[in-house]
Design a binder for this molecule. Structure first.
Ligand SMILES: [Zn+2]
Length: 541
């Protein structure tokens, strides 16, 4: 049998197989069993979360020989034809490629003919917001007086662009991003059935990167498997994925904290250059501020944020840089940005204005560090305004605090506090590197932002002749591995060598310590995934 991509092969066939959209499928099943089926449905939500799959299942449920039924038989000719996308009664139109009025006119002509085999004639129009206004208006005429046997299922990633006259005739369902835990569960099912050997930490990284799109997670898994023959490692995941998405949200928020309008614009520019979806970025940024607010108000109740522990910790630290009022006003600015984008039909300029406003609104005194040492628990990884000292793995571990946090001295030439146990270290030269660490990160940012982001989580811990050891907390192995990839390492060595005016080679290590480890307040499954993530041997994959 020909190779089938996972997203197709594992496409849900029944309502109960749809992952993470129980609020939708339960209502649909209920409506079917009560015989209260609407004329038109609108499935709204982000890409890759199961909208068209659910539309096909609904079509099957309606046209199954046993139907309408909540449990289509999957065996009758109608079920089989719909599964194989060759049913004459289920017409799928891609709004993105059929924007024209002609297609809708044909639809209007054909709508009046009875279904061939099934009870209903079902039109599934994907990305319906892409239809032109004329096509919409033509569609509306059909929607107003549809024959009894016609059903419409519209899907859209941008419900706000669907005309209100269409919206008002549809029963609307909002699909959600699939929670990380559920994505991992689904990936686990796939790898088990496909007999693929994959560590939990790899699945976890894939799930994280897919950001709630099950289809994305499945296709990343596909790419990984075609990309490597043997065992898949975390660095493979990083190569396939590029930059971890959340990094950019943390970075841009740091720019806001630092009131660095120029830096924010440069970051935005690189996002646009990389072809990322700016609308999605804006939504993500709004969600980022939502998470900052939630963690601030809940005093770091991580269960309220559907993100991995380490991200939550960073969010919590970043949230301490804002007052609640500042977060509210940030929401206002971002929502206004969306409004403006809608009116201008462009996102770049509103985003630029929004980001500048945000950097201006930030009332905090400049240079003030937003990171406070946390009492009685090991402190986590910090962002730029902070110089960290991590102990190298050979050295004894202090019991209560994994590392010290020292706010950056505003005068760059003032030496940072000496590490007490740096006996083996050529302290003068290492100290020079530490003093220029921020400059190294800044310079690296200009060359490759992602590498700088990764480096930001490590700290210089030892200098032996010309070999500089940079240590990363062991739960940041992803960052270490990313920097060890050939290009990154070369860029990094070059940047450090330039700043230090000497040839420096690099040795990247993991410390025994973690950025922070507390009781994980998550489901047993995510806990075991996290355990596996952290329990890896220090340097291996
Ligand atoms: Zn059937």
């Amino acid at each position: 049998m020909a190779y089938q991509v996972f997203a197709l092969k594992w496409r849900p066939e029944n309502f109960d197989d749809v992952v993470g959209q129980e609020h939708v499928t339960a209502t649909l099943k209920n409506a079917i069993s009560k015989g209260r089926i609407a004329h038109a449905y609108l499935f709204a939500g982000p890409r890759g979360v199961g909208k068209t799959s659910t539309a096909r299942i609904l079509a099957k449920a309606l046209n199954c020989k046993e139907g309408p039924t909540v449990q289509p038989c999957q065996k009758c000719s109608s079920c089989l034809e719909i599964s194989q996308a060759r049913s004459l009664d289920v017409i799928e139109i891609d709004g993105a490629s059929n924007r024209g009025i002609d297609e809708i006119r044909i639809l209007r002509e054909n709508v009046k003919f009875s279904p061939v085999n099934g009870k209903y004639k079902i039109y599934i129009i994907d990305e319906v917001h892409m239809l032109t206004t004329e096509a919409f208006n033509a569609l509306l005429k059909t929607l107003e007086e549809p024959p009894e046997f016609v059903k419409f299922i519209f899907a859209t990633t941008q419900a706000h662009k669907v005309l209100s006259t269409v919206l008002s005739r549809c029963q609307r369902f909002d699909f959600k991003r699939v929670p990380v835990v559920k994505v991992i569960e689904q990936l686990n099912k796939i790898v088990a059935k496909e007999k693929i050997r994959l560590d939990n930490d790899v699945l976890f990284a894939v799930a994280r990167a897919s950001d709630g799109s099950l289809r994305d997670a499945e296709s990343i898994l596909d790419q990984l498997i075609s990309f490597t023959k043997d065992k898949i490692s975390l660095s493979d995941v990083i190569s396939v994925l590029g930059v971890v998405r959340h990094e950019v949200l943390f970075d841009i928020t740091d720019k806001i904290i630092q009131k660095d309008g120029k830096g924010a614009l440069e970051l935005l520019n690189s996002i646009i250059d990389e072809g990322k979806d700016t609308a999605m970025f804006l939504m993500d940024l709004i969600e980022h501020f939502r998470n900052l607010m939630v963690l601030k108000v809940s005093q770091a109740d991580f269960t309220l944020v559907d993100l991995p522990q380490d991200i939550c910790e960073r969010l919590e630290r970043q949230s301490s840089a804002f007052t609640l009022d500042e977060i509210f006003s940030a929401f206002n600015v971002l929502v206004n940005t969306q409004e403006m984008a809608r009116r201008l039909d462009s996102l770049r300029i509103p985003l630029e204005i929004g980001l500048i406003k945000l950097t201006q609104n930030k009332a905090r005194a400049e240079g003030e560090s937003y990171v406070k040492p946390v009492e009685n628990k090991p402190a986590g990884i910090e962002k730029k305004p902070v110089v960290r000292e991590a102990k190298v793995e050979k050295q004894p571990e202090p019991p209560a605090r994994a590392r010290e946090i020292v706010p950056e001295d505003p005068a760059p030439e003032a030496p940072a506090p000496e590490e007490p146990d740096s006996g083996a270290v050529q302290s003068s030269s290492l100290q020079e590197i530490k003093d220029k660490w921020q400059k190294i990160i800044d310079n690296l940012t200009k060359v490759k932002i992602s590498a700088a982001t990764y480096l930001n989580e490590g700290c210089p811990s030892k200098l032996d002749k010309n070999t500089l050891t940079i240590s990363f907390p062991k739960n940041y192995s992803l960052h270490k591995e990313a920097l060890e990839m050939k290009d990154n390492k070369a860029i990094l060595e070059k940047t450090i060598s330039q700043v230090m005016n000497a040839t420096i080679r690099l040795n990247l290590i993991l410390t025994k310590e973690e950025a922070r480890r507390e009781e994980i307040q998550a489901t047993p499954f995510i806990k075991s995934a996290l355990d596996a993530f952290n329990a890896r041997p220090l340097n291996g994959n």
